[in-house]
Design a protein around this ligand. Structure first.
Ligand code: HEC
Ligand code: HEC
Length: 212
Protein backbone atom coordinates (compact mmCIF):
# COMPACT_ATOMS: atom_id res chain seq x y z
CA UNK A 1 0.00 0.00 0.00
CA UNK A 2 1.38 3.40 -1.01
CA UNK A 3 1.68 5.96 1.75
CA UNK A 4 3.06 9.44 2.00
CA UNK A 5 6.42 9.41 3.80
CA UNK A 6 4.84 10.97 6.91
CA UNK A 7 1.99 8.52 6.86
CA UNK A 8 3.18 5.63 9.01
CA UNK A 9 4.59 7.90 11.69
CA UNK A 10 1.43 9.97 11.90
CA UNK A 11 -0.81 6.97 12.09
CA UNK A 12 1.30 5.59 14.93
CA UNK A 13 0.99 8.91 16.76
CA UNK A 14 -2.74 9.00 16.21
CA UNK A 15 -3.18 5.56 17.69
CA UNK A 16 -0.97 6.32 20.69
CA UNK A 17 -2.58 9.63 21.61
CA UNK A 18 -5.61 10.16 23.83
CA UNK A 19 -8.93 10.65 22.00
CA UNK A 20 -10.13 14.23 21.69
CA UNK A 21 -13.80 13.26 21.48
CA UNK A 22 -15.89 14.83 24.20
CA UNK A 23 -19.08 12.84 24.35
CA UNK A 24 -18.40 9.06 24.28
CA UNK A 25 -16.70 6.25 26.17
CA UNK A 26 -12.92 6.16 26.37
CA UNK A 27 -11.36 5.26 23.06
CA UNK A 28 -14.59 4.07 21.46
CA UNK A 29 -14.91 6.75 18.80
CA UNK A 30 -11.20 6.49 18.03
CA UNK A 31 -11.53 2.73 17.60
CA UNK A 32 -14.52 3.33 15.36
CA UNK A 33 -12.62 5.88 13.27
CA UNK A 34 -9.89 3.32 12.77
CA UNK A 35 -12.39 0.59 11.91
CA UNK A 36 -13.94 3.01 9.42
CA UNK A 37 -10.84 3.11 7.17
CA UNK A 38 -12.11 0.41 4.76
CA UNK A 39 -15.49 2.18 4.65
CA UNK A 40 -13.81 5.46 3.72
CA UNK A 41 -12.93 3.96 0.33
CA UNK A 42 -16.62 4.39 -0.49
CA UNK A 43 -18.00 6.93 2.01
CA UNK A 44 -17.07 10.52 2.78
CA UNK A 45 -17.99 11.75 6.26
CA UNK A 46 -17.33 15.50 6.19
CA UNK A 47 -20.36 17.81 6.41
CA UNK A 48 -21.67 18.13 2.85
CA UNK A 49 -18.97 15.74 1.57
CA UNK A 50 -19.31 14.32 -1.92
CA UNK A 51 -20.94 10.98 -2.62
CA UNK A 52 -18.23 8.48 -3.53
CA UNK A 53 -19.29 4.92 -4.38
CA UNK A 54 -21.60 5.20 -1.37
CA UNK A 55 -23.51 8.13 0.14
CA UNK A 56 -22.01 10.71 2.52
CA UNK A 57 -22.44 9.51 6.11
CA UNK A 58 -22.31 12.76 8.07
CA UNK A 59 -25.32 12.72 10.39
CA UNK A 60 -26.43 9.26 9.24
CA UNK A 61 -27.52 8.20 12.74
CA UNK A 62 -31.13 9.38 13.03
CA UNK A 63 -31.36 10.02 9.29
CA UNK A 64 -34.03 8.38 7.17
CA UNK A 65 -32.73 5.25 5.43
CA UNK A 66 -31.70 5.91 1.83
CA UNK A 67 -32.72 9.56 1.91
CA UNK A 68 -29.95 11.70 0.42
CA UNK A 69 -31.49 13.26 -2.70
CA UNK A 70 -28.17 13.42 -4.53
CA UNK A 71 -27.49 9.67 -4.14
CA UNK A 72 -28.92 6.92 -6.33
CA UNK A 73 -29.85 4.22 -3.79
CA UNK A 74 -30.97 0.71 -4.65
CA UNK A 75 -34.74 0.18 -4.43
CA UNK A 76 -33.97 -2.63 -1.96
CA UNK A 77 -32.30 -0.32 0.54
CA UNK A 78 -34.94 2.37 0.15
CA UNK A 79 -37.64 -0.23 0.80
CA UNK A 80 -36.24 -0.77 4.30
CA UNK A 81 -37.76 2.57 5.36
CA UNK A 82 -37.58 4.16 8.81
CA UNK A 83 -34.53 5.86 10.27
CA UNK A 84 -31.04 4.62 11.02
CA UNK A 85 -31.08 3.83 14.71
CA UNK A 86 -27.99 2.25 16.31
CA UNK A 87 -29.90 -1.07 16.36
CA UNK A 88 -30.72 -0.89 12.63
CA UNK A 89 -27.14 0.04 11.83
CA UNK A 90 -25.93 -2.87 13.90
CA UNK A 91 -28.09 -5.26 11.86
CA UNK A 92 -27.13 -3.64 8.55
CA UNK A 93 -23.40 -3.65 9.27
CA UNK A 94 -23.45 -7.28 10.43
CA UNK A 95 -24.37 -8.30 6.89
CA UNK A 96 -25.63 -5.69 4.44
CA UNK A 97 -26.84 -8.32 1.98
CA UNK A 98 -28.87 -10.20 4.63
CA UNK A 99 -30.36 -6.95 5.93
CA UNK A 100 -31.33 -5.63 2.50
CA UNK A 101 -30.92 -8.36 -0.14
CA UNK A 102 -29.97 -6.63 -3.39
CA UNK A 103 -28.27 -3.65 -1.71
CA UNK A 104 -25.55 -2.00 -3.77
CA UNK A 105 -23.24 -1.80 -0.78
CA UNK A 106 -20.65 -4.32 -1.87
CA UNK A 107 -19.20 -5.01 1.54
CA UNK A 108 -19.24 -8.31 3.38
CA UNK A 109 -20.06 -6.79 6.77
CA UNK A 110 -18.41 -6.56 10.18
CA UNK A 111 -18.65 -9.76 12.22
CA UNK A 112 -17.14 -8.47 15.49
CA UNK A 113 -19.90 -6.90 17.68
CA UNK A 114 -17.39 -4.66 19.52
CA UNK A 115 -16.12 -3.34 16.21
CA UNK A 116 -19.69 -2.60 15.11
CA UNK A 117 -20.36 -0.78 18.39
CA UNK A 118 -17.25 1.34 17.88
CA UNK A 119 -18.22 2.06 14.27
CA UNK A 120 -21.68 3.19 15.37
CA UNK A 121 -20.18 5.40 18.11
CA UNK A 122 -17.99 6.94 15.43
CA UNK A 123 -20.91 7.44 13.04
CA UNK A 124 -22.91 9.05 15.88
CA UNK A 125 -20.05 11.45 16.55
CA UNK A 126 -20.16 12.72 12.98
CA UNK A 127 -23.14 14.90 13.71
CA UNK A 128 -21.34 17.32 16.01
CA UNK A 129 -19.37 19.10 13.31
CA UNK A 130 -22.12 19.05 10.71
CA UNK A 131 -23.29 22.60 11.31
CA UNK A 132 -26.73 21.37 10.25
CA UNK A 133 -28.45 23.06 13.17
CA UNK A 134 -27.65 26.41 14.74
CA UNK A 135 -27.56 24.67 18.11
CA UNK A 136 -24.81 22.23 17.10
CA UNK A 137 -22.46 21.80 20.06
CA UNK A 138 -19.12 23.54 19.87
CA UNK A 139 -16.15 21.35 18.96
CA UNK A 140 -13.94 20.55 21.92
CA UNK A 141 -10.61 21.65 20.48
CA UNK A 142 -8.76 20.54 23.61
CA UNK A 143 -5.39 21.75 24.82
CA UNK A 144 -2.75 22.60 22.25
CA UNK A 145 -5.24 23.81 19.66
CA UNK A 146 -4.25 27.48 19.45
CA UNK A 147 -6.70 30.33 19.05
CA UNK A 148 -6.41 32.55 15.99
CA UNK A 149 -7.94 33.26 12.61
CA UNK A 150 -9.15 30.02 11.03
CA UNK A 151 -9.24 28.10 14.33
CA UNK A 152 -12.93 27.23 14.30
CA UNK A 153 -13.13 26.55 10.56
CA UNK A 154 -10.09 24.29 10.53
CA UNK A 155 -10.92 22.51 13.78
CA UNK A 156 -14.51 21.76 12.87
CA UNK A 157 -13.70 20.44 9.43
CA UNK A 158 -10.77 18.24 10.46
CA UNK A 159 -12.57 17.07 13.62
CA UNK A 160 -15.53 15.83 11.60
CA UNK A 161 -13.43 12.84 10.52
CA UNK A 162 -10.66 12.30 13.01
CA UNK A 163 -9.08 13.33 16.28
CA UNK A 164 -7.39 16.72 16.15
CA UNK A 165 -4.36 15.00 17.70
CA UNK A 166 -3.50 13.76 14.21
CA UNK A 167 -3.32 17.40 13.06
CA UNK A 168 -1.73 18.92 16.17
CA UNK A 169 1.30 16.69 16.18
CA UNK A 170 2.46 17.80 12.76
CA UNK A 171 5.35 20.11 11.96
CA UNK A 172 4.97 20.44 8.20
CA UNK A 173 6.19 23.00 5.69
CA UNK A 174 3.67 25.19 3.91
CA UNK A 175 4.17 23.15 0.77
CA UNK A 176 3.45 19.87 2.57
CA UNK A 177 0.34 21.22 4.33
CA UNK A 178 -0.85 22.48 0.96
CA UNK A 179 -0.37 19.04 -0.60
CA UNK A 180 -1.98 17.37 2.39
CA UNK A 181 -5.14 19.46 2.04
CA UNK A 182 -5.36 18.49 -1.62
CA UNK A 183 -4.77 14.83 -0.72
CA UNK A 184 -7.46 15.01 1.96
CA UNK A 185 -9.95 16.17 -0.68
CA UNK A 186 -8.87 13.90 -3.53
CA UNK A 187 -8.28 10.71 -1.57
CA UNK A 188 -9.97 10.99 1.81
CA UNK A 189 -13.33 12.47 0.87
CA UNK A 190 -12.90 15.86 2.55
CA UNK A 191 -15.28 18.41 1.07
CA UNK A 192 -13.48 20.89 -1.19
CA UNK A 193 -13.36 24.38 0.33
CA UNK A 194 -13.77 27.76 -1.31
CA UNK A 195 -10.40 29.33 -2.21
CA UNK A 196 -10.76 31.89 0.61
CA UNK A 197 -11.61 29.25 3.19
CA UNK A 198 -8.82 26.99 2.02
CA UNK A 199 -6.29 29.83 2.24
CA UNK A 200 -7.49 30.68 5.74
CA UNK A 201 -7.07 27.08 6.87
CA UNK A 202 -3.69 26.67 5.22
CA UNK A 203 -2.47 29.81 6.98
CA UNK A 204 -3.79 28.55 10.32
CA UNK A 205 -2.05 25.20 9.88
CA UNK A 206 1.25 26.76 8.79
CA UNK A 207 1.23 29.30 11.64
CA UNK A 208 0.40 26.80 14.37
CA UNK A 209 1.64 23.45 13.13
CA UNK A 210 4.34 24.55 10.71
CA UNK A 211 8.02 23.73 10.67
CA UNK A 212 9.79 25.31 13.65
C1 HEC B 1 -13.66 13.38 5.11
C2 HEC B 1 -12.83 12.96 6.20
C3 HEC B 1 -11.59 13.78 6.53
C4 HEC B 1 -11.52 15.13 6.77
C5 HEC B 1 -12.63 16.16 6.72
C6 HEC B 1 -10.14 15.38 7.12
N1 HEC B 1 -9.42 14.22 7.07
FE1 HEC B 1 -7.47 14.02 7.53
N2 HEC B 1 -7.59 12.01 7.21
C7 HEC B 1 -8.73 11.33 6.84
C8 HEC B 1 -8.43 9.90 6.76
C9 HEC B 1 -9.41 8.80 6.36
C10 HEC B 1 -7.06 9.76 7.12
C11 HEC B 1 -6.24 8.47 7.22
C12 HEC B 1 -5.62 8.20 5.88
C13 HEC B 1 -4.64 7.03 5.84
O1 HEC B 1 -4.08 6.64 6.85
O2 HEC B 1 -4.43 6.53 4.72
C14 HEC B 1 -6.58 11.10 7.39
C15 HEC B 1 -5.27 11.38 7.79
C16 HEC B 1 -4.80 12.64 8.10
C17 HEC B 1 -3.45 12.91 8.50
C18 HEC B 1 -2.37 11.87 8.70
C19 HEC B 1 -1.82 11.45 7.38
C20 HEC B 1 -1.55 9.96 7.31
O3 HEC B 1 -1.19 9.51 6.23
O4 HEC B 1 -1.73 9.24 8.29
C21 HEC B 1 -3.34 14.26 8.71
C22 HEC B 1 -2.12 15.05 9.13
C23 HEC B 1 -4.64 14.83 8.40
N3 HEC B 1 -5.51 13.81 8.05
C24 HEC B 1 -4.94 16.17 8.47
C25 HEC B 1 -6.21 16.72 8.24
C26 HEC B 1 -6.51 18.11 8.33
C27 HEC B 1 -5.51 19.20 8.67
C28 HEC B 1 -7.84 18.22 8.07
C29 HEC B 1 -8.68 19.48 8.07
C30 HEC B 1 -8.24 20.57 7.22
C31 HEC B 1 -8.34 16.91 7.77
N4 HEC B 1 -7.32 16.02 7.87
C32 HEC B 1 -9.65 16.63 7.44
C33 HEC B 1 -9.95 11.87 6.59
C34 HEC B 1 -10.28 13.21 6.72
C1 HEC C 1 -17.46 -0.89 -1.80
C2 HEC C 1 -18.07 0.34 -1.34
C3 HEC C 1 -18.59 0.40 0.09
C4 HEC C 1 -17.95 0.05 1.24
C5 HEC C 1 -16.55 -0.50 1.41
C6 HEC C 1 -18.85 0.41 2.32
N1 HEC C 1 -20.02 0.92 1.80
FE1 HEC C 1 -21.62 1.61 2.88
N2 HEC C 1 -22.65 1.91 1.17
C7 HEC C 1 -22.15 1.71 -0.11
C8 HEC C 1 -23.23 1.91 -1.07
C9 HEC C 1 -23.12 1.78 -2.59
C10 HEC C 1 -24.38 2.23 -0.32
C11 HEC C 1 -25.80 2.45 -0.87
C12 HEC C 1 -26.44 1.07 -0.87
C13 HEC C 1 -27.74 0.93 -1.62
O1 HEC C 1 -28.24 1.91 -2.18
O2 HEC C 1 -28.24 -0.21 -1.65
C14 HEC C 1 -23.98 2.24 1.08
C15 HEC C 1 -24.82 2.56 2.13
C16 HEC C 1 -24.42 2.69 3.45
C17 HEC C 1 -25.24 3.18 4.52
C18 HEC C 1 -26.66 3.70 4.40
C19 HEC C 1 -26.61 5.22 4.17
C20 HEC C 1 -27.93 5.89 3.88
O3 HEC C 1 -27.89 7.06 3.47
O4 HEC C 1 -29.00 5.29 4.07
C21 HEC C 1 -24.48 3.15 5.66
C22 HEC C 1 -24.89 3.56 7.05
C23 HEC C 1 -23.19 2.61 5.29
N3 HEC C 1 -23.18 2.34 3.94
C24 HEC C 1 -22.14 2.40 6.17
C25 HEC C 1 -20.95 1.76 5.83
C26 HEC C 1 -19.92 1.39 6.78
C27 HEC C 1 -19.94 1.71 8.27
C28 HEC C 1 -18.94 0.74 6.07
C29 HEC C 1 -17.68 0.08 6.59
C30 HEC C 1 -17.87 -0.95 7.60
C31 HEC C 1 -19.34 0.75 4.69
N4 HEC C 1 -20.56 1.36 4.58
C32 HEC C 1 -18.58 0.22 3.65
C33 HEC C 1 -20.86 1.37 -0.44
C34 HEC C 1 -19.90 0.92 0.45
Amino acid sequence: MMRRPWSALLLALAVASAPAWAETGPGEVEAGAKAFLPCSACHSVAPGGAALIGPNLNGVVGREVGSLPQFDYSPELKAVGGTWTPEQLDRFLTSPSDFAPGTRMGYVGVSDPAERRALIAYLSSLRAGSGATAAAPAVDFGPGWPAGPGQAETGELCNSCHSLAIVKQQRLSRETWDKLLTWMVEKQGMAAQSPERRALMLEYLVQNFGQP
